[in-house]
Design a protein around this ligand. Structure first.
Ligand SMILES: Nc1ncnc2c1ncn2[C@@H]1O[C@H](COP(=O)(O)OP(=O)(O)OP(=O)(O)O)[C@@H](O)[C@H]1O
Ligand SMILES: [Mg+2]
Length: 248
């Protein structure tokens, strides 16, 4: 299948030695890609380039063959971004208004906006919360709300940076079920996470970053054994240690 999104030789050097270096990969429609790597390996930096929040020193990103920097409004609509601190992305007084915010800025017709927002809130199981003030939602609900605000714009790709951070087990499972379901319906997803094991059954492809470079790109089954080498997964012995119940 022809790729929809192409990252070509992306380099971004920060003052000091951090950054990303000569990153290239392509994304096909419907893929669910995990971006793994140790702290500081460059995941967030790469992600911030994917919708033009950062601009590379060299290299280009193409969506359907067009450089994403040529039309940033269109790019931000087509490449949705969910950050770890979902709070800072929230602007509406109610859950409904929050989701309606993007379509309103596109001057879509009121009836059309209402139908679309209702449909997305139902899809994400947020309809019961539609009149709530977003500030009163739980962390997991807020993250779903951010996804709703993106989905309502009909994105080509949704990108997540550590979506499970600060969520408890049920919160993680519920968000994962939502994201997995979107992917099963054809939504293309890229997700930076340290929780690779949680996603083994949902995602299809794994990119591993190391020191700003793309060290591995392949299927989950092929690469999962290499995660320990890249410091993404704890070696077996300490995993068992941390799982041992506490004893006085
Ligand atoms: N604004 C900045 N100025 C200078 N260096 C930076 C800046 N932002 C990030 N870096 C450095 O670039 C490297 C990559 O950082 P980045 O945040 O992309 O890593 P990450 O893989 O997302 O890490 P984490 O898993 O901790 O979220 C790090 O060494 C970081 O210190
Ligand atoms: Mg990061």
């Amino acid at each position: 299948m022809a790729p929809i999104f192409e990252i070509k030789h992306l380099t971004h050097r920060y003052p000091g030695k951090g950054g990303i270096f000569d990153i290239s990969f392509s994304v096909s429609r419907g893929e669910f890609i995990i971006l793994a790597g140790q702290n500081g390996s460059g995941k967030t930096t790469l992600i911030r380039h994917l919708n033009g929040l950062l601009q590379p020193e060299t290299g280009e990103i193409h969506l359907h063959g067009k450089n994403i920097l040529k039309d940033l409004i269109q790019t931000r609509k087509k490449v949705g971004m969910v950050f770890q601190d979902a709070d800072t992305q929230i602007v509406g007084d109610t859950v409904f208004d929050e989701v309606a915010f993007g379509p309103e800025n596109l001057n879509l017709q009121r009836d059309h906006i209402n139908t679309k927002v209702t449909q997305v809130l139902e899809q994400l199981d947020l309809i019961g919360l539609k009149d709530r003030n977003p500030a009163t939602l739980s962390g997991g609900e807020k993250r779903k709300l951010t996804i709703a605000g993106i989905l309502v714009m009909d994105p080509e790709i949704i990108i997540f940076d550590e979506p499970f951070a600060n969520l408890d087990h049920p919160g993680t499972q519920s968000l994962l079920a939502t994201i997995s379901d979107l992917n099963k319906k054809g939504q293309t997803i890229i997700m930076a996470t340290h929780d690779v094991e949680t996603l083994l059954e949902s995602a299809s492809r794994l990119l591993i970053m190391a020191e700003g470079k793309l060290a591995q790109d392949g299927s989950i089954t092929d690469l999962v054994k290499k995660l320990e080498f890249y410091g993404v997964k704890k070696p077996c012995a300490c995993r068992m240690e941390s799982q041992r119940p506490w004893q006085p």
